[in-house]
Ligand binder design. Structure first.
Ligand code: FE2
Length: 450
């Protein structure tokens, strides 16, 4: 699958971590200062901080928004009492920590009788830690069939890395508009308001939420300056606003894992210009530059890391977002599929397109799996152990991904309920891996040479 830009009528700024500037009206950005006595066009200046004021300069993230009315112009928030499947607490009482391999059939799209927008269609599958302590992560599934009409959402708990699997997302953010298709991802950092429309109708996808450090590009070490996700392929929206669209707007806030709602009489998408490095962005996974072994052995999946959110321990992520993109396999004398492994990290896998190379069946687009010891199934093992090792294309037409965490993931009630389908026979995928030992233990002799 060649790298190509998708057609998307919105305009974007290219780069990762840049300090961008954007104006929807000429001259709307103040020059030489952030907070003049009077801003151009009579706009209000508002700073949005993504980090503490005092973190190291290279980590400091903030943006200045120039808007028709400041964000504070809303009525009080009240807690949403209707039950949702969203969770923000992962103690042993709230979730189950299970040492079994788990696999889910594709998560169901909303039925015709349901009416769910992106926010109310969020269900938490697994997680660890606590947003109150700014430490941990959550894995959510969204299934929606309705636009967020006159509604904006912002998340005080963490950053959302959104992985659409079925249907595009048209996302109007305070910073402008993004169209995000399956095989692209979007990141909306903590505190940024947005509204999601569904141009293709019923839609489904995965979300990785991190409570602590924002997502960043992984270090490349000996790889050098280029490769994996290149910075210029990340796209940030350009300023766009709705002129004082009066109405009955709802602002929904996820705060310490619970949803709150407030009313206001005007659109929150009233930012005429902005500058800063604390911004939403999207990335086309087809642009990922895969690096792999060109001699022997299967490499560890960390070589496919797109973005990482670090923990306090150097080299150890709270969460990595890893993909398994189309590429060449050329290794000699090698069992080429993912090897059998038992990791220190917890893995959740999902599938956006096609079929995953490590499993012959049962893992369809829209599915998920969460694993302790694992590896290829018997069919894949037999095939890969005996096939001729010519250079071959791998994973064409597919895109599997992994949310990987150094924390132990608790599975929510929803994730084990009848609203989803946990495959009861997943463990059997490995039961027909037979012994191939060619040594007779009782006679202490080799039986044959393979
Ligand atoms: Fe794995």
């Amino acid at each position: 699958m060649a790298s190509k830009k998708r057609i998307d009528s919105y305009t974007y700024l290219s780069g990762f971590g840049n300090h961008f500037t954007s104006e929807a009206l000429p001259g709307a950005l103040p020059q030489g200062q952030n907070s003049p006595q009077k801003c151009p066009y009579g706009l209000y200046a508002e700073q949005l901080s993504g980090t503490a004021f005092t973190v190291e300069r290279k980590q400091n993230q903030f943006s200045w928004l120039y808007r028709i009315r400041p964000s504070v112009c809303h009525e009080p928030f009240t807690k949403i009492t209707e039950s949702t499947n969203l969770r923000g607490s992962f103690s042993r009482h709230d979730t189950q920590f299970i040492p079994n391999q788990l696999r889910w059939s594709p998560f169901p799209l909303p039925s015709d009788s349901e009416s769910l927008n992106f926010v109310f269609g969020l269900s938490t599958l697994a997680g660890a830690g606590d947003p109150i302590l700014k430490n941990g992560l959550a894995i959510h599934i969204y299934c929606a069939n309705k636009n967020m009409e006159d509604m904006a959402f912002y998340n005080s708990d963490g950053d959302f890395l959104i992985v659409p699997q079925h249907g595009r997302l048209d996302i109007f953010t305070e910073f402008g508009r993004m169209l995000v298709s399956p095989n692209e991802i979007a990141v909306i950092p903590r505190g940024i308001k947005y509204s999601v429309s569904l141009p293709d109708g019923p839609s489904r996808g995965y979300i990785l939420e991190v409570y602590g450090h924002h997502f960043e590009l992984p270090n490349l070490g000996p790889i050098g300056a280029n490769g994996l996700a290149n910075p210029r392929d990340f796209l940030t929206p350009t300023a766009a606003f709705e002129e004082e669209k009066e109405g009955n707007w709802s602002i929904v806030n996820k705060y310490a894992g619970k949803l709150f709602i407030a009313k206001q009489d005007h659109s929150p998408f009233n930012v005429v210009a902005w500058h800063g490095n604390y911004v939403p962005y999207k990335y086309d996974l087809a642009n990922f530059v895969a690096i792999n072994s060109v001699s022997r052995d299967h490499m560890d999946p960390s070589i496919f890391t797109v973005l990482t959110s670090k923990s306090a321990f150097p080299g150890t992520a709270i969460a990595d977002f890893v993909i398994f993109p189309p590429r060449w396999a050329v290794q000699e004398h090698t069992f080429r599929p993912p090897y059998f492994h038992r990791n220190a990290m917890s893995e959740f896998m999902g599938l956006i397109l096609g079929s995953y190379e490590g499993k012959a069946g049962g893992f369809l687009p829209g599915s998920g799996s969460h694993m302790t010891p694992h590896g290829p199934d018997a069919t894949t093992y037999e095939k890969a152990s005996n096939e001729e090792l010519k250079p071959v294309r791998v994973a064409d037409g597919t895109m599997a991904f992994m949310f990987e965490s150094s924390l132990m993931l608790g599975i929510t009630q929803w994730g084990l309920s009848e609203q989803v389908h946990v495959q009861p026979d997943y463990w059997k995928a490995w039961q027909n891996l037979k012994s191939n030992l060619f040594y007779d233990i009782e006679k202490h002799e080799k039986l044959y040479f393979p």
